[in-house]
Design a protein around this ligand. Structure first.
Ligand SMILES: Cc1cc2nc3c(=O)[nH]c(=O)nc-3n(C[C@H](O)[C@H](O)[C@H](O)COP(=O)(O)OP(=O)(O)OC[C@H]3O[C@@H](n4cnc5c(N)ncnc54)[C@H](O)[C@@H]3O)c2cc1C
Length: 401
């Protein structure tokens, strides 16, 4: 614990792609003391256990496997002069940039001129998916499965069921195949896969049946999973499996936020930020997938760099006041969320240069913003971006949606 500071310029919570990219940029911009706190024993974030390509295209101009990408990000942050602290968990955020933390040596507090929150996302656990049955071992999210397989060299089951067809569901499928497991099926409650082409062919290529319009209603087993009940409409059936992988349905890793004084956006479930990534307490900033579920590692890396630029501008007194930021409001139903949620008066170039949004359901109609009309034909999982509105024009109107 002795190398942890009591005071610093910038404290970064989370050593994933967003946090590490921010650390590099802050040091390059001349910020003196930049400390990254990471609860795991290694920095690198989610890519550490994604043993597949393609990571690194935007950042290092070549395809890399996740673990190599994570190591490269870590080396870059260290070479830039940032201090990385592993096995340090931030446990509370206090007004003005003071955080509490837990380390292997005990509890501590640090005061920072600015704090960057970059704690990423996680997949929804079983509890919030309302799946019935018993509670045997062998029910995992993709992240936990990949940690066991790629970090611990374990094979938790042989014939699992994979629930979901998001991008990450195929990452789970790949991990199963790499570890010699043979998934019994991929199951999707909707009438089409969530992932877009070309991944639609993946179940066929891997020889794994894809069951659409199918819900996982119960998991059975005493100590270990022995089977599941699936439902298609009113018809149910029992299927023998020895594990279940619950994939996707990402949510920002917001436990710290929810317990703090910072405003949380009910749509994204991440912090409410302005176009500089600045939170309701202007000592705090946020970047990466904590802002919303879910973007790629490359996107989060770029976002970390951009918000680092805004933090440096803030420390130099060049950001417009957060108190003058106006809320973005939506007239009409159909959007799940927008980001940023507030627009500050014009100042240095924004860290979030586009207004990001997602549909709450399959959506057609028109979106009016900043005097422009955009024709919508989109689905909930698709990225939508629009020109950032000016502070005096922050109303989004939906027509015919
Ligand atoms: C299972 C899974 C698989 C994915 N697969 C892909 C993929 O194949 N390709 C892709 O582009 N994207 C993938 N993603 C999306 C992924 O979130 C991004 O790739 C990228 O890792 C996001 O970067 P980040 O820095 O925002 O967050 P993360 O990479 O999640 O990093 C956040 C870090 O914060 C740390 N942390 C959290 N809370 C605290 C705390 N209180 N104190 C200290 N440290 C803390 C975490 O341990 C973690 O290391 C996947 C996501 C998941 C969950």
């Amino acid at each position: 614990m002795s190398d942890l500071p009591q005071l610093c310029d910038v404290l970064i919570v989370g050593g994933g792609p967003a946090g590490l990219a921010a650390a590099v940029r802050l040091r390059a911009l001349g910020i003196g003391s930049v400390h990254v706190l990471e609860r795991e024993s290694e920095t690198g974030g989610i890519p550490r256990h994604c043993a597949h390509s393609p990571y690194g295209l935007r950042e290092f101009r070549r395809p890399m496997f996740g673990p190599a990408f994570a190591r490269r990000l870590t080396a870059a942050a260290e070479a830039a002069g940032a201090s990385l602290h592993r096995q340090v968990t931030v446990t509370a955020l206090h007004p003005g940039g003071r955080v509490s933390l837990s380390t292997p040596d005990g509890m501590a507090e640090i005061d920072a001129r600015a704090v960057l929150l970059a704690t990423g996302v996680r997949e929804s656990p079983r509890a919030v998916r309302l799946i019935g049955g018993t509670k045997p071992g062998g029910v995992l999210n993709t992240g936990a499965l990949q940690g066991l397989v790629h970090l611990d060299g374990l094979k938790p089951f042989s014939r699992p069921l994979i629930l979901g067809t998001e991008l990450v569901s195929f990452s789970a499928l790949l991990t199963c195949r790499q570890a010699g497991m043979r998934p019994v099926a991929m199951v999707e409650p909707n009438d089409r896969m969530t992932a877009q082409a070309p991944l639609r062919a993946a179940p066929l290529v891997f020889g794994v049946p894809l069951w659409l319009n199918t819900d996982l209603v119960a998991i059975h087993g005493a100590d270990r999973v022995e089977g599941v009940t699936l439902a298609t409409g009113s018809t149910t059936r029992e299927v023998e499996v020895d594990g279940v992988v619950l994939t996707g349905r990402f949510r920002p890793e917001n436990a710290l936020l929810r317990a703090s004084h910072l405003a949380v956006d009910p749509g994204t479930l991440g912090p409410e930020v302005d176009q500089y990534g600045r939170c309701s307490d202007p000592a705090y900033f946020a970047a990466g997938n904590l802002l919303r579920a879910v973007e790629t590692a490359g996107w989060c890396w770029a976002e970390g760099r951009a918000v680092a630029g805004a933090i440096a501008a803030d420390l130099a007194g060049r950001l417009p006041p957060r108190a003058a930021a106006q809320a973005v409001s939506v007239e009409g139903a159909g959007l799940a969320w927008v980001l940023p949620q507030r627009i500050a008066p014009a100042g240095p170039p924004p860290a979030l240069p586009r207004l990001q949004a997602r549909a709450a359901r399959d959506l057609g109609g028109d979106l009016l913003l900043g005097g422009r009309r955009h024709r919508l034909a989109t689905r909930p999982e698709r990225r939508m971006t629009f020109d950032l509105p000016a502070v005096e024009d922050t109303v989004i109107r939906l027509e015919g949606c």
